[in-house]
Design a protein around this ligand. Structure first.
Ligand code: 5GP
Length: 215
């Protein structure tokens, strides 16, 4: 089937789907489900100065670079946004994303509220912001308590951080409560699919409609 007879296959501009949540709300699981099941979206790979962790792959999970290289990229304005999180620098390189959006590829961002704000300020038209909330404070505490091996103090610090992140919920376009992982995943997909259909993103529509108007 050719792209000029089926609106769903029309050319479109890609979008930047931002998923944020307090840790323990299931964002990583939801992100992974989307990446595994939807071929049109890729993870935006950030650059970071933090040390690589076991199981991580350079260029897949992050671009691991040193502080001097990071500072040079900041200087050259090669980041969409960057932030210092837990003492390390993190940034979103512009080049891969700009080219991808033009070709109709979507990018998934797993970034915090600070990065979300910066990205939105730089490029409102391409950004879709989704916040994931835990179903209750008890459930969040249960998830952050983990296997019960951490001290009450450590768990409390995680709870405080989670509450601080939750306080930024109103800076997002969509808010989804993660009561059930599959249901939450479905809701995020519904947002993604609807956003892809937005008229402004369907760059092939003008040609398509012109064709419909011809005698
Ligand atoms: P981690 O080091 O555990 O992978 O990530 C730590 C934090 O940094 C997470 O909250 C994550 O969302 C945030 N982060 C990762 N990449 C970026 C980025 O490119 N920009 C911003 N602002 N935050 C990021």
């Amino acid at each position: 089937m050719t792209s000029d007879t089926r609106p769903n296959a029309l050319l479109r501009r890609g979008l930047m789907l931002i998923l944020s949540s307090p840790s323990g709300a299931g964002k990583t699981t939801i992100s992974q489900m989307i990446l595994d099941r939807d071929a049109e979206i890729n993870l935006s790979v950030s650059a970071t100065t933090r040390p690589i962790r076991p199981g991580e792959i350079d260029g897949v999970h992050y671009h691991f670079i040193d502080q001097a290289a990071f500072d040079q990229m900041v200087e050259a304005e090669e980041f969409y946004e960057w932030a210092t999180v837990f003492g390390h620098s993190y940034g979103t390189p512009k080049s891969q994303i700009r080219a991808g959006l033009k070709e109709g590829r979507d990018f998934l961002f797993d970034i915090d509220w600070q990065g979300t704000q910066q990205l939105y300020q730089k490029d409102q038209q391409d950004v879709v912001r989704v916040f994931i909330l835990p179903p209750s404070i008890e459930e969040l505490r249960r998830r952050l308590t983990g296997r019960g091996t951490d001290s009450a103090q450590v768990v409390q610090a995680r709870m405080d951080r989670a509450r601080a992140e939750i306080s930024h919920w109103d800076g997002y376009d969509y808010v989804v409560v993660n009561d059930d992982v599959e249901a939450c995943y479905t809701q995020v997909c519904e947002v993604l699919h609807a956003e892809r259909m937005k008229r402004a993103r369907q760059t092939g529509l003008i040609e398509f409609v012109r064709g419909l108007m011809r005698d």
